[in-house]
Structures are given as structure tokens and as C-alpha cells.
Design a protein around this ligand. Structure first.
Ligand code: S3P
Length: 733
């Protein structure tokens, strides 16, 4: 391997190779004999010198690590001696490098693999070489389509050997992305510092510059020659990025001039949240990929559950509070909002569509509604993460907009069925494209006139019902949705609370299109689905006595209460009250022996999210618990029948699986009811939390894999679980 240009970047590559399993010799060519001598002394290179041709002749791979504008002359000299060797470079712009190579060689050599490690330091020279510089950093390769794949693979392996993550993209895309994420910020920093410095020749002003100035301008201390070269090399893309920036700055200037506080808030909120969530955002919208978080729970066996706690806000109501608040006229104040990843994805989506939203600050959110027709086209696809509710409700809402949108989600959501909403929306006149098998992403074409339909839902789904009611707001005439069994009615209640009449006639919910929503305050109760894990924990564990405060007990959500009571649980609803149109109570539960039951089919939709935990209750009850009519469980965040059966089997619990349900055989009694073991949550938050609770009655620790998604619905779960008496350790890799 020959490194041409032994500076900090080339030297770090040499040092990283030496520290890795790389077997070959590392050679270097540099005009400066002192750099070569230093490299030899440091032991990062085996040999080197100033004459290019001599060293090329001894190498198989040539890495060009000279400044971007010096590359053209090196290419000229390489043209005569490179032969079939692999050539790569580390230049931070790729268009000019490729042009220079094409000019020198007549055409781009097929064994040329342009590259750019996204790593650096303000230091220079081989003395600053750092073997860890590329570890866990991205390296972008921009090979032309005709490139020799073997050469690409070898260059990829080289960087991976240094611990880097390697990505491929086109030259043009690389230069545009870097213009925005690196070159423009450098330009702004240089320009701001220069402007201030000119105004104050003696630089007095900098004495008073505290954190903001320091943070914003750190990169203005970078190497001027290098940045001059980069700006010359990436001129077009940089100017394009600058145009966009200037337009944004003018908008903000106008808002400040006119005292338009909504516009200012909108900009700052979007930016502030984009900044906080930028890792997630980058994951979806740019060249970076976030490292998957591997979160594991290890739960010790035994313990009892005691205390008074409040679990986070209801997920379903939190989603709807943002949606209806954004579509209303006026300002909506929400408290108790669930700051989980799912509902935050909904919030971010509305910011992306131009809605000013303040917060969340400790569950408080202020939404500056834009009215039913005030949303604006988002800049890119709307990413809703793990959330089926967000995707399905958005599908209805977006079908009524004037602009096109695309809805995307994570790997789990991408497997979930969306035809259940796309089909009836098409009957209403929507134009929606799905991926194969009716899966996400959903491409929704705007500007389609919608008309009300009379729809019999084939499955009991509040998401489908809500989707159609939201589309119905934009439809001509009446939208009527009939459900085969009652499902959660938060959408209907909240629409009525916002002054938009939704009528109920038996199994039918209906509304007229063309009205308007008026903002109203929302107090989100605690989520009964989150409370369930602690209800079951207390119910199955001798010595437990627990109060869960302020839990939503909407009649369409209390299947878990009915089922646990039928199993013999000592569960009382205390202090019942109504808060903002939703019934709420404190749930007081004490341990009592449970017995297996046949779960009444009419309770299934009312407890649809609670079954993972209920199966754990069943594993601790005396006798068999039978569930049928629950095929919907197979298309939740995971196939919850299979996920629970597989995990319970590992613990030694007997189950029989059916297409639409499961039998769980429990032993009852006060002894541990099963063993420990390592189970897989399949990235499903509720499976992870259900097995956590199961450990209370296990004879050995339960280790649960893939628990990061607990953050979608229950931020703070680990702390709360430990607070009430579980012993749970979370590790992150
Ligand atoms: C939800 C409805 C349910 C539920 C989901 C939230 C909602 O899904 O499982 O967690 O907020 O409308 P289905 O309506 O698809 O059963």
C-alpha cells in the first residue's frame, strides 16, 4: 500500500492499518523528507521517499492523500506508471477529483475508487497521526457505475479494517451533501468571525463572546488554504447550498422585521427539535446511518411491587392531540403528552409540514393550529418510526391535502399491512401507492377530491376507523364507518371536543366533511396500556400493593381490567373522574391468586395491546387461559402470539398456538412458576416489558434482547420498574 501525501489524514490511515490486522507493507511518498522520517520513526510506515514512480512500482494499492487541488498534478504523473493498480483518494470533494483523474488518464480508470473519510482534526502533519481517527466514522466511496467491483471491495475492506463504516453514493450527491453539512457551515463561521473582526480591529468584542459564539465559530479556526481549496473545488454545490441558506435567512429576517412570532417560533422549534433528534433524522434523510442501539434488559428473579406511581401519557391520545391541534383553528395546550418516540414522530411530522409547536416540556405542548387547509408540503418523506398509529392516521389526513407526501417507517413498520387503510381511502377517491403486498412506504398523491363513503370495516381497528374519519374531514358529504366490534373512540371524542360533530349510531361512527376544528385544551391521562405491565406485576406477585394514578379508563380500553378481574385479581378503581372528555381513575391493585379463564371474545379489541402482559398473568394463574379471535395480534409491532409463545417456551411455560390465539398453561401457587433464560423481544416494546414483569415469578434471571423500542411508548420504564421493586439492569451496546 502506498500513501501519497503523508500528512495527518494519510498518516492516520497508515497508523490505523499498522494497528489493524493488515498484513502488507505500508509505504509513503511525500515531497517533505521530514514527514517521511517522522513516519518511519513513529513506526506507522515501513519505507518511503519523495520519488513517486519508484514507490508506485512497489505497491498494489495507491491512496492519494494530498490536498484536493494538488491531485491533478499527481494524477498526471500517475498516468504513466499506475498500470492495473487500485487507486483511491481521501479528498473532501469528489467532482473535481474525478474530473482531474479523467483528464489525466483520458477516462476514469476502472480501478479508481474515489473516497472520502468523514473524519479530521484541526492538527496537521504525520506527527498528529491517530490510529483511531477513522474508528466508527463514515467513509463515503463514490465509484462510477463501471468501476471494477473487486477494486471497490478492496478499498471498502481497507477502511473497514480501520474500523470505519463504509457507504457508497454518487459523486454529485456526495458533493451536495458535503456542501450542506460541512462546507456551508465552515463558510458561515469564517464569514461571521471575519465580519466581527473587521468591525473591531482590536478584537475587543471577543472578550465578551461567551458560549454561543465559541460553539458557532470553532471551525473558523481551520486551515485557510485547505478551505480555500475546498470552496474552489466544490463551488457549484456550495453556491447552491448558500442560495437555500440565504432564502431561509431572508424568511427569518422578514419574520423578525414584521414581529411574526408564529413564523419565528415555527423556525426555531423545527430547528431545535431537528437538532435534538438529528441522529434519528440523519438516519432517515441523509448519507449517515445511525448505529443500531442494542439494548438488553437483565431482570433478576423475585421481588414484590409496591408504591404509588404515575405512568406516562396515553399514546393514542397523544398522537391525536397533535394531529387535531395542528388542524384546528387557534392554539391548543396539551398536558400529560407522552414524550415517547412514536408520538414525537407525529409531532415532528407536523413541524415538517409547517406547524409551530412548542415543547414538549415535561409533557406540555403548545400547538399553533393552522386550520384544516393550512399544512404545507414537507421537504422530504415523513418518517414515523415504529408507529402504525401514526402511519395509518396520517394516511387519511394526508389523502385530503393538496400536496404529495410519502410516509415511511422503520423495519418493523415496513412489514405491517397498510392495504386496510389504502383500500377504503381509494374508495373515497384518494390516490395512494404502496410497496408490494400493500406495505409501506405509502406515496399519497395530493389534490384528489375525496367523497364520503359508507364503509364496513373487515377488522375491528381504531386506526382504520380514525384514518377514515380524518379523511372524512376533507371529503364531500358524509363518511360512515361501521365497526365489527367496539374499538377505542379517542378520535371521535376529541373531534367532538374540538367542536367537530361525530355522531354515533350503534356500531356506526359518522361525520360530515367540510367543517372546522376549534382548539381546546387536552389533558392526556396515563396510558392504561403502559399501566398494564405494573397491574400484572402486582397481580402475580405475593406481597404486592400498588396504586397507578390518573389512568385513562375509557370504556373502549378497559378490557385488561375486566379480564384481570375475571381471573381473580384484587383490582379497584378509585377516585373516578372525567378529564377533558376522557374517564380517568386511580387503579389500586394487590396480589391475589389468579385462575385461568377463557377470555371473552368481546374483550379482545378492548385489550388488544395488553395481551403480551396478560399472557404473563396467565402463565402465573392456576389452569389454562384460552384466547381466540385475536388474529390482529399477529400484525402488531411483532407477531405477538408467536413472540410470546417462543419466549414463554424458553422459560418453560406450556403454550399451544392457534392462528387466532393461544392457550397458556399456568401452575398457580406461590412458588416460582418457570425458569429464566434469554428471550428475544423482536424489537417489540410490549414483548420486552411483558418479559420484564415475568421475571418477578421466575426462578432465574430473564435476559431480554432488542429492547430499545420500549422508548416508543414508555420512556422511563427501567427507572420506574426499579422504583416499584423489580431489579432490572439495562445495558446498551
Ligand atoms: C391504536 C389502535 C390499535 C392499537 C394501537 C393504537 C390507536 O390498533 O393496537 O396500539 O391509537 O388507534 P388497531 O386499531 O389497528 O387495532
Amino acid at each position: 500500500m502506498l500513501i501519497v501525501g503523508l500528512g495527518m489524514i494519510g498518516g492516520s490511515l497508515a497508523a490505523a492499518l499498522k494497528a489493524s490486522a493488515y498484513q502488507g507493507r505500508v509505504l509513503a511518498c511525500d515531497r517533505d523528507p521530514e514527514e517521511i522520517a517522522k513516519g518511519l520513526e513513529m513506526g506507522v510506515i515501513d519505507a518511503g521517499g519523495p520519488e513517486l514512480e519508484t514507490w508506485v512500482a512497489q505497491s498494489d494499492i495507491v491512496v492519494l492523500a494530498v490536498p484536493v487541488l494538488a491531485m491533478a498534478s499527481v494524477f498526471e504523473r500517475l498516468a504513466g506508471c499506475l498500470g492495473e493498480r487500485i487507486l483511491t483518494d481521501v479528498g473532501s470533494t469528489k467532482g473535481v477529483v474525478c474530473e482531474a483523474a479523467a483528464q489525466a488518464f483520458g477516462a476514469l480508470p476502472t480501478r479508481f475508487v474515489p473516497g472520502h473519510p468523514i473524519a479530521g482534526s484541526e492538527k496537521s502533519g504525520v506527527a498528529a497521526a491517530n490510529p483511531a481517527l477513522y474508528r466508527r466514522h463514515k467513509v463515503i466511496l463514490t465509484p462510477q457505475p463501471e468501476a471494477d467491483r473487486d477494486a471497490v471491495d478492496q478499498v471498502r475492506a481497507l477502511w473497514q479494517g480501520c474500523g470505519a463504516e463504509v457507504l457508497e453514493m454518487s459523486v454529485a450527491r456526495h458533493d451536495q451533501v458535503l456542501a450542506r453539512t460541512s462546507h456551508l457551515p465552515h463558510m458561515l463561521a469564517f464569514s461571521l468571525v471575519d465580519t466581527l473582526a473587521r468591525q473591531d480591529e482590536r478584537l475587543e468584542i471577543f472578550r465578551y463572546a461567551a458560549g454561543g459564539f465559541r460553539d458557532f465559530t470553532r471551525i473558523a479556526g481551520s486551515d485557510p488554504v485547505m478551505w480555500r481549496d475546498i470552496f474552489c473545488a466544490n463551488r457549484e454545490a456550495l453556491l447552491g447550498a448558500l442560495d437555500e441558506f440565504e432564502a431561509g435567512l431572508s424568511r427569518l429576517r422578514r419574520a423578525v422585521e414584521q414581529g411574526d412570532s408564529d413564523a419565528m417560533l415555527g423556525t426555531f422549534d423545527r430547528a431545535s427539535h431537528a437538532r435534538h433528534h438529528f441522529e434519528t433524522l440523519l438516519n432517515q434523510t441523509s448519507y449517515q446511518t445511525m448505529e443500531a442501539r442494542q439494548v438488553q434488559y437483565e431482570v433478576s428473579p423475585g421481588g414484590a411491587v409496591n408504591g404509588r406511581i404515575r405512568v406516562p401519557g396515553d399514546k393514542s391520545i397523544s398522537h391525536r392531540s397533535i394531529m387535531l391541534g395542528a388542524l384546528a383553528n387557534g392554539v391548543t395546550e396539551v398536558k400529560g403528552f407522552l414524550e415517547g418516540e412514536d408520538s414525537l414522530a407525529t409531532l415532528q411530522a407536523f413541524r415538517d409540514m409547517g406547524v409551530a409547536i412548542e415543547g414538549p416540556y415535561q409533557g406540555r405542548v403548545t400547538i399553533h393550529g393552522v386550520g384544516l387547509h393550512g399544512l404545507t408540503k414537507p421537504a422530504g418523506p415523513i418518517y414515523v418510526g415504529n408507529s402504525g398509529t401514526a402511519m395509518r392516521l396520517f394516511a387519511g389526513l394526508l389523502a385530503g391535502q393538496e400536496f404529495d407526501t410519502e410516509l415511511t417507517g422503520d423495519a418493523s413498520l415496513t412489514k405491517r399491512p397498510m392495504a386496510r387503510v389504502a383500500d377504503p381511502l381509494r374508495l373515497m377517491g384518494a390516490r395512494i401507492d404502496t410497496a408490494e403486498g400493500g406495505r409501506p412506504p405509502l406515496k399519497i398523491h395530493g389534490g384528489q377530491p375525496l367523497k364520503g363513503i359508507d364503509y364496513d370495516m373487515p377488522m375491528a381497528s381504531a386506526q382504520v376507523k380514525s384514518c377514515l374519519l380524518l379523511a372524512g374531514l376533507y371529503a364531500k358529504g358524509e363518511t360512515r364507518v361501521r365497526e365489527p366490534a367496539p374499538t377505542r373512540d379517542h378520535t371521535e371524542r376529541m373531534l367532538n371536543g374540538f367542536g367537530y360533530p361525530v355522531a354515533r349510531e350503534g356500531d356506526l361512527a359518522k361525520l360530515q366533511g367540510g367543517g372546522a376544528l376549534t382548539s381546546a385544551p387536552i389533558d392526556v391521562p396515563s396510558d392504561i396500556s403502559s399501566a398494564t405491565f405494573f397491574l400484572v406485576a402486582a397481580a402475580i406477585t405475593p406481597g404486592s400493593d400498588l396504586v397507578l394514578e390518573h389512568v385513562g379508563v375509557n370504556p373502549t380500553r378497559i378490557g385488561v381490567i375486566n379480564i384481570l378481574k375475571q381471573m381473580g385479581a384484587d383490582l379497584r378503581l378509585e377516585n373516578p373522574r372525567e378529564v377533558g372528555g376522557e374517564p380517568v381513575a386511580d387503579l389500586h391493585i394487590r396480589h391475589a391468586p389468579l385462575k385461568g379463564i377463557d377470555i371473552p371474545v368481546d374483550q379482545v379489541p378492548l385489550a388488544i395491546d395488553e395481551f403480551p402482559a396478560l399472557f404473563v398473568a396467565a402463565a402465573n394463574a392456576e389452569g389454562t387461559t384460552r384466547l381466540r379471535g385475536a388474529e390482529e395480534l399477529r400484525v402488531k409491532e411483532s407477531d405477538r402470539i408467536k413472540a410470546m409463545a417462543d419466549g414463554l417456551e424458553i422459560l418453560g411455560v406450556e403454550t399451544t398456538v392457534y392462528p387466532d390465539g393461544i392457550d397458556v398453561v399456568g401452575k398457580g401457587g406461590d412458588q416460582p412458576n418457570y425458569g429464566g433464560g434469554q428471550v428475544d423481544s423482536l424489537g417489540d416494546h410490549r414483548i420486552a416489558m411483558a418479559f420484564t414483569v415475568a421475571a418477578l415469578r421466575a426462578s432465574a434471571p430473564i435476559v431480554i434482547d432488542d429492547c430499545a423500542n420500549v422508548a416508543t411508548s414508555f420512556p422511563g420504564f427501567v427507572d420506574l420498574a426499579n422504583r416499584v421493586g423489580l431489579t432490572l439492569v439495562q445495558t446498551t451496546r
